[in-house]
Ligand binder design. Structure first.
Ligand code: FCB
Length: 471
């Protein structure tokens, strides 16, 4: 038999990811003011169990221990986000030094442990003051974001090389302003389209602001969650349903970012809602900025079919109900793809990740790709010995890393992988009910227990070789 070792390229980044509101806690400490997620989570009925990020996993105070744990596990990179309202409480004006200092301490700790920091400027936590002024549907928010990017770039540019502007702008725009299941909880279809454009503009303006402030060695990108859409049948109507969802989920961001345009089919599909006159002269050139990498977040594929007029069909697209986020594509049914499911009800299908990587290798030739999120929630519990055995998560990670390797073997330029998430945390509208962590958190005591999957992932990270999952 030949040696079947699945070896990753040297220098491949082995990371884990988190986001500020999901882990930091210390919501009112050192000058931080509420973000839209503080307001939303404190609004009765919005988050399961009334959970909030007030304390979360207290990472603000425990970051040094958390970094030590990352190093013990063998991670070489860590993706985190900066809380905008911790750094610039009103969304305007100078940076608050105490807020900046927290991130300096965190980054210095990472660097001291040989872990590359990967900083995301925006993971959904808009300062509430900016929402009150109109939020993402309002153009000025993009200008505010660029100013904030420059502040963070000036303060932290000397110690961070990997920069992402936005995390999953699709969720910010469509779950936040159309479906209403994410903050700020609005359900106004056209507001979601305006938000999407202003998020694109925010990215472009922030990328320019960062280039002007951070050293040339900095790598700039954005983290998207493109849907891996598949039609239920090859019937023309189902294929067209998949095209519509692809336009609204993915191309509404990738076409302006990569090609400087909004696609004709997207404009036609949404024409009843808007003429897109909020896109001003020069915006598309501002949005299309050179990128050093594209971050891809992937969890599960999306399976759709067309609905005939008057016909009702399954509507669960995995985003937790609410109004439809699919503005302009209401006649589309969402189906559960076949296969095992995670605790989120999301089908486990690594071929979706492989297909996604192949797609972006073709759509954006020469642009390095990073998997900036991938992972699964399961109902983990410590056993009588205090161990957390999570074979399903290890199998999930194994399958998806094998898919990444297969893409690399086909010539796709994938530079790293960040599992979601380093540790259990506040899973947005699901509160603390869904555990995505490689590390278990006992919330009352804040004790961290690396799950079996974390140990397994650490072995993969250390050797750069995919290990068989433990039986
Ligand atoms: C992604 C988010 C991340 C986490 C995972 C499960 O959409 O970026 O914060 O909630 O899903």
């Amino acid at each position: 038999m030949t040696d079947a070792k699945v070896t990753f390229p040297s220098g491949f980044l082995w990371g884990a990811a988190t986001a500020a509101y999901q882990i930091e806690g210390a919501a009112a400490k050192d000058g931080r003011t509420p973000s839209i997620w503080d307001t939303f989570s404190h609004t009765p009925g919005k988050v399961l169990g009334g959970d909030t990020g007030d304390t979360a996993v207290d990472h603000y105070h425990r970051f040094a221990d958390d970094v030590k744990l990352m190093a013990e596990l063998g991670l070489t990179a860590y993706r985190f986000s900066v809380s905008w309202s911790r750094v610039q409480p009103t969304g305007r004006g100078p940076a608050v030094q105490r807020g900046i200092d927290f991130y300096k301490r965190l980054i210095d700790e990472l660097l001291a442990h040989g872990i590359a920091p990967s900083l995301t400027l925006y993971h959904w936590d808009l300062p509430q003051e900016l929402e009150d002024a109109g939020g993402w549907p309002h153009r000025d928010t993009a200008v505010r974001f660029a100013e904030y990017a420059a502040l963070v770039g000036e303060a932290l540019g000397d110690r961070v090389e990997l920069w992402s502007t936005l995390n999953e702008p699709w969720c910010s725009a469509f779950l936040g302003y159309a479906a209403g299941v994410h903050a700020p909880g609005r359900t106004v279809p056209v507001a979601a389209l305006r938000a999407a454009h202003h998020l694109n503009l925010a990215h472009g303006l922030a990328a320019q602001a960062l280039r002007a402030t951070v050293p040339a060695r900095a790598q700039l990108g954005i983290c998207l969650n493109p849907a891996q859409v598949r039609p239920l049948t090859d019937d023309a109507a189902d294929v067209d349903a998949a095209r519509r969802i692809d336009a609204l989920a993915t191309r509404v961001f990738t076409s302006p970012l990569l090609f400087g345009r909004y696609d004709e089919d997207l404009l036609a599909d949404t024409a009843k809602l808007t003429d897109w006159s909020f896109v001003r002269e020069g915006d598309l050139a501002n949005i299309r900025q050179p990128l050093d990498f594209l971050g891809l977040n992937y969890y599960t594929p999306t399976l759709v079919s067309a609905l005939a007029d008057g016909e009702e069909g399954p509507r669960d697209d995995g985003h937790g109900g609410g109004a439809s986020p699919w503005v302009g594509a209401e006649r589309v049914a969402f189906h559960q793809p076949p296969g095992e499911r995670t605790a989120m009800g999301w089908t486990v299908d690594p071929t979706g990740l492989y297909d996604l990587l192949k797609r972006f290798a073709a759509d954006a030739p020469g642009l390095p790709l990073l998997i900036t999120e991938n992972g699964a929630a399961y109902d983990d519990k410590p056993d009588a010995d205090g161990q957390v055995n999570d074979p399903e998560r290890t199998a999930y990670l194994h399958g998806h890393l094998a898919a990444v390797h297969r893409a690399i073997a086909d010539g796709v330029d994938v530079r790293g992988y960040f599992l979601w998430s380093l540790m259990d945390n506040f899973e947005w509208a699901y509160g603390y009910s869904k555990r995505f962590g490689a590390v278990y958190v006992d919330y009352p005591s804040q004790t961290r227990i690396p799950k079996q999957s974390a140990r397994w992932y650490g072995r993969v990270a250390r050797g750069g070789v995919l290990q068989e999952p433990p039986r």
